[in-house]
Ligand binder design. Structure first.
Ligand SMILES: NC(=O)c1ccc[n+]([C@@H]2O[C@H](COP(=O)([O-])OP(=O)(O)OC[C@H]3O[C@@H](n4cnc5c(N)ncnc54)[C@H](OP(=O)(O)O)[C@@H]3O)[C@@H](O)[C@H]2O)c1
Length: 314
């Protein structure tokens, strides 16, 4: 099968190459001796990749710390189940699915991916594969940050950093839909986009004073560093700082701090896709490219807005 592979951590995205890799061994997968109970083979139709994935240790080593190169990156997928192993619960061959795959295994920038069934959810027939792959990472991250870790409630004030970005635009939409008051942040040029996704207010981080927003019940941080530290000081007593940017340097004086990495969750994917179908949330996809053009798409000359989705099958 064709796949994008990486072998050199120092090379970053410039080191991505289109290569030929072995197809998944379906006979071994179905065989009880395979020790891969619960895996399914997904015929990949659309794949998503997070820009800094190649800096994550999980791209380079497996769970035992062993070198796993050449690695196939991209952990967001939408496609069709083409084979099942023993114990693959809840899915059948031919079913349309989408989901988030294990960080420490080969990913989805390939014609086929072997994925644990529990990481996948059914993709309704009226949601196209590009959309399915486009909501996985941002949707789950936003959902978990707002509702699981942030315990967001209607009427609360939430500060969403990077509100025009992939995760931030999804967090903005979901928070608004849940009845929160959303203050988005980002670059001056992105004010319109963030408001279009539903931000009630916008802080232009290049020109405005962040402290002027006053107290908030929840901060959803995607930046960390100095911005994260200044944001922690805005959290009201009893509020929460949720961050996806690594352990924070400053914590709210009288609030909780949650630093998390997104997890696969079939039920949450169902909630997200329901909102996509009825128009309550939309994707933030900026570029769609074929697998043959993926290396170029991930090495653009300039900054790209929104997610890049690779259509592995047209
Ligand atoms: N822990 C987890 O589970 C998890 C899950 C998903 C993502 N992440 C991480 O979260 C971060 C955000 O992901 P994403 O996919 O949403 O990225 P993204 O689409 O690039 O969104 C980030 C947004 O913030 C803006 N921005 C970046 N730096 C800024 C600055 N200094 N001042 C003002 N605006 C700035 C970006 O604008 P420009 O495009 O103009 O720079 C963009 O609009 C990434 O580092 C990603 O790896 C972590």
């Amino acid at each position: 099968m064709k796949a994008i592979v990486v072998t050199d951590e120092a090379a970053g995205r410039a080191g991505m190459t289109l290569a030929e890799r072995p197809d998944p061994d379906v006979a071994k997968l179905a065989d009880l001796s395979g020790a891969n109970y619960g895996d399914v083979v997904v015929e990949v139709h659309a794949s998503g990749f997070t820009w800094d994935e190649l800096s994550w240790p999980s791209t380079w080593v497996d769970r035992r710390g062993h070198d796993r190169t050449p690695s196939i990156p991209g952990h967001e997928v939408a496609g069709v189940v083409s084979a099942l192993s023993y114990g693959a619960a809840g899915l059948s061959v031919g079913q349309r699915v989408f989901g988030l795959t294990d960080w420490t295994r080969d990913g989805t920038l390939a014609e086929y991916a072997v994925v644990e069934a529990r990481n996948l959810a059914p993709l309704p027939g009226d949601v196209d594969f590009t959309t399915g792959a486009g909501v996985v990472m941002s949707g789950l991250t936003a959902w978990q940050g707002l509702f699981v870790h942030g315990r967001l409630e209607a009427g609360q004030r939430v500060l969403v950093h990077g509100a025009a970005g992939a995760v931030g635009s999804m967090a903005t939409q979901l928070a608004r839909e849940a009845g929160a008051y959303v203050i988005g942040t980002g670059r001056a040029a992105d004010a319109h986009t963030a408001r279009d996704f539903g931000a009630n207010e916008y802080v232009d981080l290049e020109n405005d004073e962040l402290a002027d927003v006053g107290g908030v019940d929840l901060v959803f941080d995607v930046f960390g560093g100095d911005l994260g530290a200044r944001s922690a000081r805005l959290v009201r007593a009893g509020g929460t700082l949720v961050t996806i940017a690594g352990p924070p340097e400053v914590r709210p004086a009288e609030g909780r701090t949650i630093d998390f990495v997104v997890e696969a969750d079939r039920t949450q994917l169902g909630e997200i896709v329901r909102r996509v179908r009825d128009g309550r949330v939309r994707t933030n996809i900026g570029t769609i490219a074929a697998l043959d053009d993926a290396v170029a798409a991930f090495n653009p000359a300039g900054r790209k807005k929104g997610k890049t989705i690779i259509r592995v099958r047209p």
